[in-house]
Ligand binder design. Structure first.
Ligand code: NAD
Length: 250
């Protein structure tokens, strides 16, 4: 049902973004990938999906502008790239704070402001922002991340209202813990911040939050993103859709 549509998915060389790109490609969308990684592996992903790839660093507004210009007319914009850092607030490196806000929040403002004119002109568009359970609730030691994701929720609601009568929807999808390199990478710092072993971090910190006691699978988020692109989802806008094993129900 996405034949003839172009989908740009940021941060799609890995994890959740890659699964969303695969799900949209499977429905027929032409996909533009973005993100870092091994050149050979990225070339293989492009071949697999018939996709193109932008290496834009989303920390830089000029690179975002170039990516958007090269992508052409984007019908589906998935803002998924994001980063995390775990540290008590008093030790939080100020450069990490700036980077997390820039990637998780400011980059989304830039892609959206550049994509919206074309979507409005066409009378159809889908903006899907990967937020997090941490856009609705908090855990300690993630001040920049939680601030950025709460901000993303507010930004998304605002543009949903601005675009409500234009055929363009804007929603957040909010995963709980998904087993990806981003989660794996925060385990050593969490071990340090909380004085725990790896197993304790996985079971007593991560999965302790998720009543289902299992990690969300990236492909499940791909299916949710694909649903939001359907015609039947045209009245779903301004939502922040959890897929978190019941975490934020508690
Ligand atoms: P990941 O680390 O596996 O992938 C991140 C992607 O972003 C990669 O493709 C990477 O190359 C790209 N990226 C990083 N910095 C970039 C930059 N400056 N410019 C362009 N691309 C950049 O992460 P993931 O776990 O798949 O997370 C994806 C999104 O999901 C993030 O926004 C994250 O906050 C959110 N999220 C993840 C989880 C989880 O448990 N993994 C939970 C909730 C929300």
């Amino acid at each position: 049902f996405l034949e003839g549509k172009t989908a740009l998915v940021t941060g799609s060389t890995s994890g959740i973004g890659l699964a969303i790109a695969r799900a949209l490609s499977a429905e027929g969308a032409s996909v533009v990938l973005n993100g870092f990684g091994d050149e050979g592996e990225i070339a293989q992903l492009c071949e697999e999906m018939g996709a193109t790839h932008s290496a834009a660093n989303l920390l830089k507004a000029d690179e975002i502008e170039k990516m958007m210009a090269e992508a052409g007319e984007v019908d589906i914009l998935v803002n998924n790239a994001g980063m995390q850092h775990v540290s008590p607030v008093e030790d939080f490196p100020t450069d990490k704070w700036e980077m997390i806000l820039a990637l998780n929040l400011t980059a989304v403002f830039h892609t959206v402001r550049l994509a919206v004119p074309v979507m409005k002109k066409r009378g159809w568009g889908r903006i899907i922002n990967t937020a997090s359970a941490h856009s609705k609730t908090a855990s300690p030691f993630k001040s920049a991340y939680n601030a950025s994701k709460h901000g993303l929720d507010g930004f998304t609601k605002t543009i949903a209202l601005e675009l409500a009568q234009s055929g363009v929807t804007a929603n957040c999808i909010s995963p709980g813990y998904v087993w990806t390199p981003l989660v794996e990478g925060q385990i050593p710092d969490t071990m340090k911040a909380r004085g725990m072993t790896e197993d304790e971090v996985i079971n007593d910190v991560l999965l302790a939050k998720q009543p289902t006691k299992r990690f969300v699978q990236p492909a499940e988020l791909g299916a949710l993103a694909a649903f939001l692109c359907r015609e039947e989802a045209g009245n779903v806008t301004g939502a922040n859709w959890s897929m978190d094993g019941g975490w934020t129900a508690e």
